[in-house]
Unconditional design. Structure first.
Length: 88
C-alpha cells in the first residue's frame, strides 16, 4: 500500500505468450499495470474478456501458466516485476 493513502500500490507485470497464443493476441509480450494484491485469476479474467477467442479455442485447463518460470495456480498473488507466461 502507498504510505498513508490507503490505496494499493501499482505493480508492473510482463505478460508473454507462446507462438500459438501470439497468433490470437497479436503480440508476443506486453507490460500491464495492476494493483498490489492482484491475483493471477484477475489477470486471466481480464485477458479472456479482451480476447474471448482464446477461451473458445483453448478451454480452461488447456493453457499452461507460469510466473517467473514456475507453473502457477490461478490464486497466486502477483508481485511487481513478475513475468507471467501463457502457453498451449
Amino acid at each position: 500500500m502507498l504510505k498513508n493513502s490507503g490505496m494499493p500500490r501499482p505493480i508492473n507485470i510482463i505478460v508473454k505468450y507462446d507462438k500459438e497464443l501470439e497468433k490470437i493476441i497479436g503480440t508476443k509480450e506486453y507490460s500491464v499495470m495492476m494493483s498490489e494484491g492482484s491475483t493471477l485469476m484477475y489477470l486471466l479474467q481480464n485477458i479472456f474478456m479482451a480476447h474471448p477467442e482464446i477461451e473458445e479455442k483453448h478451454p480452461p485447463g488447456t493453457i499452461g501458466i507460469s510466473i517467473n518460470g514456475i507453473l502457477s495456480t490461478t490464486n497466486a498473488l502477483l508481485m511487481d516485476g513478475d513475468t507471467v507466461t501463457f502457453s498451449v
